[in-house]
Design a protein around this ligand. Structure first.
Ligand SMILES: Nc1ncnc2c1ncn2[C@@H]1O[C@H](COP(=O)(O)OP(=O)(O)O)[C@@H](O)[C@H]1O
Ligand SMILES: [Mg+2]
Length: 242
């Protein structure tokens, strides 16, 4: 008799955040605003963290700090690359640039549309930069534009002429076409219709199954209930006199 024994394996760590703190100095008011203070968490491959908190609680600031648009005031964010561990809190800008190209994605609701570039080219670009042939990348781009509900007549048109909702769909297709290892999502669906939100959740589910780790803030958190492994609640900011 053959007995198959499956040994459960713990997914590999992607990010370990220790004591991460961000404050904004408001010199004109002689005050310090703590956007978040002493945050700790660990995120593994295929895990999804829902970030919660009221308006102004520091959710966007935390995501931007992990993407290193902001430098933290203190603490560490150890990111595990395939080659080794790098602290996002202190890594050199050149290393951050490489990580942003290859491993860490940031998705907002805003499309940074360049003028006179067709929607399908905008969406295909990440695949092309990663070495996929143009024709193949375009096929994939059109598939994702369709999935997010961008009408076929618009695929070859310029997104700068699109409505806000249409631009958001192009943005999502572009942001999610190429799987990254870590995805930071800042209210990507804020004003999207249900079909586009469903398409997003379907894509996030696929990405999670393939091992992509995610941290996200959602305008409709009920959409992603089935994906959540951990929740982090941020509290309103503290202000101290200097
Ligand atoms: N660049 C900045 N300079 C000064 N204060 C900022 C800056 N960015 C955000 N803040 C402040 O930090 C706090 C947290 O903002 P934010 O992270 O955008 O909150 P959330 O995304 O949870 O609504 C707010 O009080 C906001 O005004
Ligand atoms: Mg925000």
């Amino acid at each position: 008799m053959n007995i198959e024994v499956s040994i459960p394996t713990t997914p590999a760590p992607v990010l370990r955040v220790e004591g991460l703190t961000k404050q904004f100095k408001m010199h004109h008011l002689k005050r310090t605003l703590f956007a978040f203070d002493n945050i700790d968490f660990e995120l593994r491959e295929g895990e999804f963290i829902l970030l919660k908190g009221e308006n102004g609680a520091g959710k966007s600031t935390l995501l931007r700090t992990l993407y290193r648009s902001y430098l933290p005031r203190g603490g560490h964010a150890y990111y595990h690359t395939r080659e080794g561990v790098i602290d996002l809190a202190s890594a050199a800008d050149v290393d951050i640039a490489v990580l942003r190209r290859r491993e860490i994605g940031f998705v907002t609701q805003f499309l940074n549309a360049r003028p006179r570039v067709a929607a399908e080219e905008v969406v295909a670009e990440p695949l092309r930069l990663a070495g996929t042939y143009h024709a193949e990348a375009l096929v994939e781009a059109r598939r994702w534009l369709g999935a997010f509900g961008v009408k076929k007549q618009l695929w070859a048109a310029y997104p700068s002429t699109f409505s806000g909702g249409e631009q958001q769909k192009v943005n999502l297709a572009r942001a999610l076409i190429l799987p990254q290892r870590l995805l930071l999502l800042d209210e990507p669906t804020a004003s999207l219709d249900r079909d586009a939100r469903n398409a997003l959740v379907e894509r996030l589910t696929q990405l999670k199954a393939s091992g992509v780790a995610m941290i996200g803030v959602f305008h409709h958190p009920e959409d992603v209930t089935g994906l959540i492994d951990q929740e982090i609640a941020l509290k309103a900011v503290k202000i101290e006199d200097q």
